[in-house]
Design a protein around this ligand. Sequence first.
Ligand code: ADP
Length: 229
Amino acid sequence: DRHMFQMEKLISFGELSMGLAHEIGNPLAGMKAVAQALLYEEDLPTGVPEALSRLEAEIDRLAGFLKSFRGFAAAPVPVTRACALAEVVEDVCFWVRKEARSAGVRVEWLGLDTAPPVQADPQQLKQLLLNLFINALHAMPEGGTLRITADDVADGMLHFHVSDTGVGMPSEIVNQVFEPFFTTRETGTGLGLSIVRKITQVHGALVHIDSAPGHGTTFHLTWPLSETP
Ligand code: ADP
């Protein structure tokens, strides 16, 4: 449906821009170094120094564009408002329900209706939850339970949790999963959790992982409450 399509577009924009920065940025830097090295050569044929300078300027222009593009994708400015977690979770569950059903995954949420609203950019919070839910589904190819719970409010923050009963991760993996491009999946991009981390950072929220190989994984989130009463 239309919502799923929009979320996919969001993901691919984030992935595309971070991928571009990485895959194009490095060769560009290499090209610039070559152009500069050639400019130092003596007795270059007529017109060649001018051509090399032009090449260098064009490389700079591309690199500048890439930098602004990456900055936009990597540090999205959240437009925050009071968000009811129950509503956001319900939306995102709706988008993954088909995949969950066909994988034999039960989706449960608990204690969300009574949770006070958080301060968040709803699109970004949905993106974050979608990334966590998709990973949870990947971790439970033979079915299981995806559970979203909210509990105590402490220090003006809401504590909520996304857990699965999937394959889990050893601590060496847990320590690397937020790095861009870190993946253990053959078709993975390794960007899902780097985007999760970025979104928590720009909201002043926190995320940490508890995982037990063979038993499952829980993402613990600590999110600022809405400023509006
Ligand atoms: P991708 O899903 O493309 O691999 P992510 O950044 O979303 O990229 O995840 C990075 C890695 O973290 C995954 O390849 C997987 O090894 C691990 N991972 C993430 N979520 C889970 C989870 N719920 N259970 C087990 N492993 C996970």
